[in-house]
Design a binder for this molecule. Structure first.
Ligand SMILES: [Zn+2]
Length: 97
């Protein structure tokens, strides 16, 4: 999976950007989604699989947000969904077009 420059989620084009320092509430993050600016930030310098896994995780936040799910920021919901999506996409080499 190449790192895309942007990802369309229900018509909203999320930019995908790398940033060396991602900090929120004094906590260092692997990824972050800036909803008002349609931007997914990924920590620069992570290895390929961690970067891909983090992108999928942030995309799950974005998907839930765009479908209007109030729990879009729930890590208890997004963590397992993101992890299983990443595994299924990767292990089955999924590309549907
Ligand atoms: Zn998250």
């Amino acid at each position: 999976m190449q790192l895309p420059k942007s990802v369309n989620v229900l018509g909203v084009k999320y930019k995908v950007k790398l940033q060396s320092r991602l900090i929120e509430n004094d906590e260092s993050l692997l990824g972050m989604t800036d909803f008002p600016n349609d931007t997914i930030w990924l920590r620069k310098g992570m290895d390929v699989q961690r970067t891909q896994q983090t992108l999928i995780h942030e995309l799950v936040h974005a998907m839930l947000y765009e479908v209007g799910n109030d729990d879009y920021n729930s890590e208890n919901l997004v963590n397992p969904l993101g992890n299983v999506m990443y595994q299924v996409i990767k292990d089955n080499d999924l590309k549907v077009k």
